[in-house]
Design a protein around this ligand. Sequence first.
Ligand code: PEP
Length: 250
Amino acid sequence: MNVQRCVIGNWKLNPATKSAAHELAQGLSGIACDAVRVGCTPSFTHLSTVAGVLAGTPIWVGAQDICAYTQSTGAYTGDVSAEQLSDLGVGFVIIGHSERRNYYREDHSLLVEKMKHAFAADLSVVFCIGETKEQYQTNQTLSVLDDQLSVLQTFRVPRGKLIIAYEPIWAIGTGLTPTTQEVIATHAHIKSVLASYHFEGVSVLYGGSVNEQNAAEFAQAEGVDGALVGGASLKLDTFAQIIAAFESAS
Ligand code: PEP
């Protein structure tokens, strides 16, 4: 079954200013994308600026986090809810990124609550999974991914709203990547797990040090339905080359 190919920029805590975010969004609005769905995830402070610039374009605007405790409003200092994001025109949210699992100690049950609220507000979810370097070196990758994916069986996942991003933690921001053959095998495994859950049409993206040099190889790899791109999504020409690589492989 063909799934939607996506290239999504995870801007993390970048850029420093609203005007730089505005400029990046304006640049993105001119990027040609047809077969590939292109997205970006600005900081909360830049979301409304970026959503404004990209309104009416095919570029999908997402958030990097969401409140786990309510879908709407309440006494949750510092949080932003699914309903608030939806109201801004946000279409999706990244959940389970290793930086949030690690720095903010986000565990399975918290991630499940976040996903439930996102889906209830009709947002799509990019659910990130991946192993540490030590787990990779000791051949635990697939069992770690099985465990991370297993939470998806504990609630109803609406059809067409879930994207998986396979991001080996040791590949994020390091310039290191697994081999293409390893990525192909891991994606095949992820897809077989999703099939065993009777999930259909779920795109599986690769993330971790994707750049303009390796994008074409990942784009042509069996079972790689796109990329989640961190650092390289902040440079417009580089991100455009990554998108072009996935466009031409589609
Ligand atoms: C990420 O943080 O999701 C990511 C893939 O980062 P980078 O592309 O910089 O490795």
